[in-house]
Design a protein around this ligand. Structure first.
Ligand code: ADP
Length: 247
């Protein structure tokens, strides 16, 4: 079973800007995949199709067999867990508990079961101790982990993370990597942090000018200097990946 199937997805904004030109890929259950690409490549437009904020101009998006359509949106939004770049766009309740409970409570989970779901989600991101705290008293890295918990509490089919390492100090960045690796869930991670992609995702997609320009093992893509340069992707200073040995 695939967690996500995107087939011939094309989309133009109302002003006529064509952002996606026929995007095709699938993500199998349990895979962790990085979505790389320069600014303006169409990454945000693609992500907005995954939970139906935008609906396909042409082509189709299917989440665990369910097509993303107006009549399936409720189910799709439960299955696709979007973690925004800014946790403050995701956390708005007086306590961490209330924020993590919000989604499941809306889906009808209540009482002891709700408390169990909330605690389990917080435990998975190492934030159970903060359950009674106001989110705005937490560090940025802690708020990002709680934002991940709000989504995990919905038992999503796929976790979609927008720039998960942005604004994190090195320790918080590493801690989040450990958490993401420990989760038994399909992940699509949009990132400009190529070492983070290498560390966390065996496979990467390069989206460029609205098409998938490359789809393969992260290590191979990042070792391909010409491919990176062609799509305005750059490894940090001093970071080099030896080309895979051939023959
Ligand atoms: P990325 O997330 O990779 O930076 P986007 O999906 O934001 O790329 O943008 C893809 C293309 O669509 C760009 O050319 C961008 O200018 C255009 N675009 C994004 N949002 C809109 C919008 N609301 N209206 C018109 N064009 C847009």
């Amino acid at each position: 079973m695939n967690s996500l199937e995107v087939s011939r997805l094309a989309y133009a904004y109302p002003d006529g800007t064509q952002a996606l030109f026929g995007v095709d890929f699938t993500i199998g259950r349990g895979e962790r995949v990085a979505l790389l690409g320069p600014n303006g490549a169409g990454k945000t437009t693609l992500v907005m199709h995954l939970n139906g904020i935008l609906t396909a101009g042409h082509g189709a998006v299917t989440v665990a067999g369910t097509p993303v359509r107006k009549d399936t949106l409720k189910e799709i939004r439960q299955r696709v867990g979007l973690v925004f770049q800014d946790p403050d766009d995701q956390l708005f309740m007086p306590t961490v508990r209330d924020d993590v409970a919000f989604g499941p409570a809306n889906s009808g989970v209540a009482g002891e079961e709700l408390e169990r779901v909330v605690k389990a989600a917080l435990d998975r991101v190492g934030m159970l101790d903060a359950i009674d705290r106001p989110p705005h008293h937490l560090s940025f890295g802690q708020r990002r982990r709680v934002a991940v918990a709000t989504v995990l509490a919905m038992a999503p089919e796929i976790l979609v993370l927008d720039e998960p390492s942005s604004n994190l100090d090195p320790a918080a960045r590493r801690e989040l990597a450990e958490i993401l690796r420990s989760l038994d869930v399909t992940v699509l991670m949009v990132t400009h942090d190529l070492p983070y992609a290498l560390e966390l995702c065996d496979r990467s997609l390069i989206l460029s000018d609205g098409v998938i320009a490359a789809d393969g093992p992260t290590r191979e893509l990042l070792a391909d200097v010409e491919l990176l340069a062609a799509h305005r992707l750059e490894l940090p200073y001093g970071f080099a990946i030896p080309a895979p040995e051939r023959g």
